[in-house]
Design a protein around this ligand. Structure first.
Ligand code: G1P
Length: 273
């Protein structure tokens, strides 16, 4: 059973400036809940209780969110507002949170490597909180992936089909479909040009990684945009072993873009509010 979930949360969120100047992008709300809380809830309902968060400068609000706020809680005690904190309180009771800082912004692969100190030597999940996933009629995306991991015991990435004109925004895989929704990866390219993309199967922000990825990341040279890419490390892992890609059931909202964020806000307001 996978117990730990890593949240790389050190990025600047430049697409949302100025709101992200002093506020972490992971704290942007979809209706009244911050993005990272949706991620934590997904991990928790997939059976993971140890949240490992890689933060950076200006991210303290994340730590405060997953903590008790004595003054506030005292103020609203006994009022009807108290129920608004029930969910976050229950999360805090069920999970542990540990933090480390990424001192230099050297890419997603580097952020994940920084998390080694919190993860140790065991398989773990990764959630990129700005990819908000929803599957109201079934298991959440990370729980689906955990089942794939239990069966195959290798790294698993979540994928979805995107328009060819969009492939340059993602890590893109190719592979052979070995079972329903499951592909054995044979190639993986970070943000390829449309003409160089091996398919239109894009990786979204959910991964299950085996801990040998850390050693691979340590030796992965900077790739696309001069950053250490998890995509490159996974390609190395698939060459020396096996990596699977899983076409998940559900819907993913790209909340790292303003349009995806607005779409998620509108749909979540209509569905859950
Ligand atoms: C990251 C990864 C990319 C992946 C994407 C999913 O890119 O590097 O491979 O497809 O997340 O959201 P970013 O969106 O951080 O540029």
């Amino acid at each position: 059973m996978i117990k730990k979930c890593l949240f790389p949360a050190a990025g600047y969120g430049t697409r949302f400036l100025p709101v992200t100047k002093a506020m972490p992008k992971e704290m942007l709300p979809i209706v009244s809940k911050p993005l990272i809380q949706y991620g934590v809830e997904e991990a928790l309902s997939a059976g993971m209780t140890q949240m490992a968060i890689v933060t950076g400068r200006g991210k303290r609000a994340i730590e405060d969110h997953f903590d008790i706020s004595y003054e506030l809680e005292q103020q609203i005690k006994g009022s009807d507002k108290e129920s608004r904190l029930a969910e976050i309180r229950s999360i805090i009771q069920q999970c542990t949170f540990s933090y480390t800082r990424q001192i230099e912004m050297k890419g997603l692969g580097h952020a994940i490597l920084c998390g080694q100190t919190l993860i140790g030597n065991e398989p773990f999940a990764v959630i990129l909180a700005d990819d908000l996933c929803d599957n109201p009629d079934g298991e959440n995306v990370l729980a689906q992936m955990a089942r794939v991991y239990e069966r195959y015991r290798c790294s698993v990435v979540a994928i979805e089909e995107v328009a060819m004109s969009e492939v340059s925004k993602y890590g893109v895989i190719s592979g052979k479909e070995i079972d329903e929704r499951i592909f054995m990866v044979d190639n993986m390219i970070e943000k390829p040009k449309e003409s160089e993309a091996p398919s239109n199967l894009a990786v979204i922000g959910r991964y299950i990684l085996t801990p040998d990825i850390f050693e691979i990341l340590r030796h992965t040279p900077p790739g696309k945009n001069g950053e250490i890419q998890i995509t490159d490390a996974l390609l190395a892992q698939c060459k020396s072993g096996m990596v699977l890609a899983y076409k998940f059931c559900g819907k993913r909202y790209d909340c790292g873009s303003v349009s995806g964020f607005v779409e998620a806000t509108n749909e979540f307001y209509a569905k859950y509010h």
